[in-house]
Design a protein around this ligand. Structure first.
Ligand SMILES: [Zn+2]
Length: 185
């Protein structure tokens, strides 16, 4: 066995998992819009790329595709998050939004047609600075979006919260009268 072959076992193992090739192809075809700025968003983008997402581009970047298939939102303010999430909802694409809150925070997953971010976000969040919990939240957001891309139509909306070092996940629910009840648009 050459040194090059010795580096291949992970790929060989992947091929033995039934259906995994399809998932990889689906991820490779994905075009993800990254909304926000800063190191935490860069970490999330790195996570998406390592997980197999084919194209990840910054909002408004030169050469960015006209349409995205998903969005990862790590915006600096709540209004910016709400705006970006509403845009993604109207486009009918899955999106994940990070709400940092200093030593905790949350990640809201919104598959197409699920309760929107405005409905599903942690309404008590003070949205304090990113550190120290920003890094794990960024990785978590990347994983959540990879899941939505890989298993579209099979996963419901949920919010994962990080509080005092513990993660909890709960399905999101729609607020009465929200426009997201009518679907995209
Ligand atoms: Zn809603």
């Amino acid at each position: 066995m050459t040194a090059g072959e010795a580096g291949r076992p992970p790929a060989a193992l992947e091929l033995r998992i039934p259906g995994f090739g399809e998932v990889r192809e689906r991820l490779a075809r994905a075009a993800v819009r990254a909304v926000g700025e800063g190191w935490a968003l860069e970490l999330a983008v790195l996570g998406l790329r390592r997980g197999g997402a084919g194209r990840v581009f910054a909002e408004g970047a030169p050469g960015a595709p006209a349409a995205a298939g998903a969005a990862l939102i790590l915006a600096p303010t709540l209004p910016a998050s709400l705006r970006a999430a509403e845009e993604a909802r109207r486009e009918g694409i899955p999106h994940v939004v990070v709400d940092p809150d200093a030593d905790g925070g949350s990640v809201v997953s919104v598959p197409a047609g699920a309760p929107c971010y405005a409905c599903g976000r942690a309404h008590a969040s003070a949205r304090r600075p990113l550190l120290p919990a920003g890094a794990p939240l960024a990785w978590l957001a990347a994983e959540e979006l990879l899941l939505l891309l890989a298993f579209a139509g099979e996963i419901g909306g949920r919010r994962i919260e990080l509080r005092r070092g513990a993660l909890t996940a709960a399905a999101t629910s729609r607020l009465a009268g929200c426009a997201c009840a009518a679907g995209a648009g």
